[in-house]
Design a protein around this ligand. Structure first.
Ligand code: F6P
Length: 510
């Protein structure tokens, strides 16, 4: 392959660039920050690095010319309208996404979507091959690009390839439904190192290798002979490295007088409730917003809470609006919010303030500072960075976090008020526990969670990941034992936590 144009020792590839090309009604184009946890997590990691980022610019048509944004070199990948529909909305978000999230909605299987997924993955591999310097480190992100590792290795055997899955990796029983399961695994096995949010995800992947492909695994590695011309046996390591947030950056932002003042303004604009509940989610069925609203509606019905004393602000970031399941969810939520507000709002005070739009980082920080109780209740979530962002913003040790046990974050934030989002009675009880907990109890919980996130921030995640990639298939020298111990300790605490939340629910007859 001939290399023209600039090349980089570090190349990140993700479905989206950290900015989207937005074209307004007059045809004027501007670059705006992309939504989603992946971008916010990687933003601070990439700051100041001389690196390239390969990704889609968020619009259909020819790829715009590569450009610099601060120190980052952005290499756009183009997609036609049909490819957006088949690769992004279709295979990525209507086939893989449901399978990887416990089939909360049924997955759709279409052979044409798969073909387009392959085509677009190959285009990404070619774009990466163009900007990667000899022997570069290439860090591929997420489920949209699972074929890229093997495709890239075929083009550029000299580079070191890592992949990180931001979402859960499903159990073999669900993964096995995919007609293209073998090709997906072979695509991933082109990497040197595969990173997962949780040990369970890495174990699921290794089990898939054994059960569906008959490969040999040992500890957290899998050894195999790649298909095709290259007969060399390779060993790939698959392990958990949970993602985090820029703790220091968020904490500093939340400390600024502007954010503190804005938080007070937000509360005032909501009529200064005694208790402000907050939900901030991408508008996605995995986030458990329906279940959360059901629990809240019942609390209103039972008169356990009522405006103006208590109010809920639900921010829903618009996303994937052309995928049916997302459209259905949006309609349903809007009907539910309308019904609840019609029934329970009082003059001058609304039961739910529903805001379907994205907000800049400082406005989000102000919301986190303003909220007394943060509701994070997904049915399944790889990590959930909102939970960690909330904790990072609470310099005052105020607030309380209600957290679903089906998030990756639950494994680290055991001092949250834990709930099973499917158990409506349990969610109601947990919200009430968070509202009524004594202040010193809430402060103690927040303090411990903040330490946990501060010690395990996104910078540490990135350096652990890059160390693991550099030494794969061996484990990196530093911190590995400690993190294994941490995982075991977390798992012990998880079990204790679960028992406590089950007992609470049983006592309430839920
Ligand atoms: O990690 C899940 C993920 O799909 C990320 O890849 C992405 O940043 C985020 O959710 C938002 O999704 P989308 O790119 O489909 O808007």
């Amino acid at each position: 392959m001939t290399l023209g144009g600039p090349t980089f020792d570090l190349v990140v590839a993700a479905n989206r660039l950290p900015v989207d090309l937005v074209i307004d009604a007059d045809g004027k184009s501007t670059w705006e920050r992309s939504p989603g946890g992946l971008v916010s997590a990687m933003e601070s990691v990439m700051e100041g690095r001389d690196a390239a980022w390969v990704g889609w610019a968020g619009e259909s048509g020819e790829a715009p010319e590569p450009f610099h944004q601060h120190d980052l070199y952005l290499q756009p990948v183009g997609m036609s309208a049909a490819e957006i529909q088949e690769f992004y909305e279709g295979f990525s978000n209507d086939t893989l996404w449901p399978i990887y999230h416990d089939v909360i909605v049924p997955a759709s299987f279409h052979r044409s979507w798969w073909n387009t997924y392959r085509t677009v993955n190959h285009r990404f591999a070619q774009a990466i091959a163009q900007v990667a310097a000899q022997g570069a480190t290439v860090w591929v992100h997420d489920y949209q690009l699972q074929l890229v590792p093997a495709m890239l290795r075929a083009l550029r055997p000299d580079v070191r390839i890592g992949w990180f899955n931001h979402i859960p990796f499903p159990p073999v029983e669900l993964f096995a439904q995919l007609p293209w399961r073998r090709a997906l695994v072979e695509g991933l096995l082109g990497a040197d190192f595969l990173g997962f949010q949780r040990t369970a995800g890495a174990e699921n992947f290794l089990r898939v290798c054994r059960r569906l492909l008959g490969l040999t695994t040992k500890g957290d590695t899998v050894t195999f002979t790649p298909p095709g011309d290259d007969p060399a046996r390779r060993t790939v390591r698959a392990s958990a490295i949970p993602i985090s947030v820029d703790f220091q950056g968020l904490s500093a932002l939340a400390r600024t007088p502007a954010v503190i003042a804005r938080a007070a303004e937000i509360r005032a604009s909501l009529g200064n409730p005694e208790i402000l509940l907050l939900g901030v989610d991408r508008l996605d069925y995995t986030k458990g917003i329906r279940h959360r609203l059901k629990a809240y509606e019942e609390l209103l019905r039972d008169k356990a809470v009522s405006p103006p004393t208590v109010t809920l602000m639900q921010v829903a970031l618009p996303n994937r609006e052309r995928v049916d399941a997302y459209r259905v969810l949006r309609d349903e939520l809007e009907r539910t919010v309308g019904r609840i507000n019609g029934e329970y709002s009082v003059l001058g005070s609304t039961a739910i303030h529903y805001l379907r739009r994205s907000y800049p980082r400082d406005e989000m920080a102000a919301m986190f500072v303003a909220a007394d109780v943060m509701l994070v209740t997904p049915l399944r979530d790889g990590m959930n960075l909102v939970a960690k962002e909330y904790v990072a913003c609470r310099n005052d040790l105020g607030g309380a976090l209600v957290l679903s046990e089906f998030t990756g974050a639950w494994h680290e934030l055991q001092q949250a008020f834990i709930c099973n989002p499917h158990d409506i009675e349990g969610v109601k009880l947990t919200i009430m526990r968070a509202i009524t907990a004594p202040e010193d109890d809430r402060r103690r919980r927040m303090k411990t969670m903040r330490k946990r996130v501060a010690d395990n921030d996104v910078q540490r995640w990135a350096s652990l990941y890059l160390d693991s990639l550099a030494s794969a298939p061996l484990k990196p020298h530093r911190r590995t034992r400690a993190s294994d111990d941490e995982v075991r300790e977390a798992e012990r605490a998880d079990r204790a936590n679960l028992r406590a939340s089950d007992r609470a629910s049983e006592r309430s007859g839920g």
